[in-house]
Design a protein around this ligand. Sequence first.
Ligand code: FAD
Length: 314
Amino acid sequence: MNRDGRPRAPGFAVPPRIGARHAPQVSFEFFPPGTEEMEAALWSTIERLAPLGPRFVSVTYGAGGATRDRTHATVTRIERDTELRAAAHLTCVAASRAEVDAVALRYWNAGIRHVVALRGDPPKDTGRYTPHPGGYAFASDLVEGLKRVADFEITVAAYPEVHPEARDEAADLDNLKRKLDAGATRAITQYFFDVETYLRYLERVRAAGIDVPVVPGILPVTNFAQVKRFSAMCGARVPGWMADLFDGLDEDPETRKLVAASIAAEQCRVLQANGVDEFHFYTLNRANLTYAIARILGLRPASGDAAAEPDPAG
Ligand code: FAD
């Protein structure tokens, strides 16, 4: 028998029992909805995930600042109408410093105290990033600017597989340090699928003297084709074993969901077994996968599980 009271097969390593570990801290990321239907789907997702007691939830800022007003409306509604702490993503793209500062001040005045500060990517099909003349050039500049506006809590991005535009691994780590020196106190990583990639990165981060939380960003994948396309742009490697698992499931969304939940839960369980106790979920505004994975990791809703609502987003 092992410590869980289960028989141990001689010669086999037994992973910890599912749900047996100390429940981790989590945060959830949403994107601002573009239609009334998407808005309804987001709010049912928020209602389902909120009882899990996330440390915070965050709302993205569309490429090129295209969702400025929608991001603001979503973040402030979460802060006003729920018990959740909301964080606003903010980028440097396509805006002057004065414009970005004004957005930040509006957040501060609406009670938002946490910003996820990013450089941002250029709007689709507009080519390489070029800083706005008179804007913040990089995320570290934005962090500095935000701290001048008000004493925000600031989270920044980190890249276990190195940001695609970075000169090299060392330059990318230097950049993370710059963002922290400017006042950020936490990083969330780009998603990754090989757990070792993150664990090795964390070793490099710690060896560089960085001691803030570098929270793994977890993307439960259901649309594999889309993730493959997106990963090619953002520098996240899609391993061959994952392509194999989704192979032949294009017309089988139900099995894809089960496979996706298994992959992400396995990834998080191995991270947990290696001492990771905080996770950030890229929810894509869908509750069910994230909810199931969070349960597997040991989280329970404060008031017990409600009957599962059908996931309107699929
Ligand atoms: P930076 O930290 O500024 O780095 C960008 C690149 O520039 C890196 O290669 C860096 O090494 C290099 N660099 C930095 N400073 C200098 C310098 N002084 N000189 C030369 N090179 C330099 N995008 C959105 O548009 N909206 C979002 O809401 C959003 N949310 C995200 C959330 C998370 C958790 C993550 C991981 C990413 C998110 N992104 C979002 C994507 C992000 O905007 C892109 O990955 C972008 O390409 C880089 O942003 P950054 O903040 O990491 O940039």
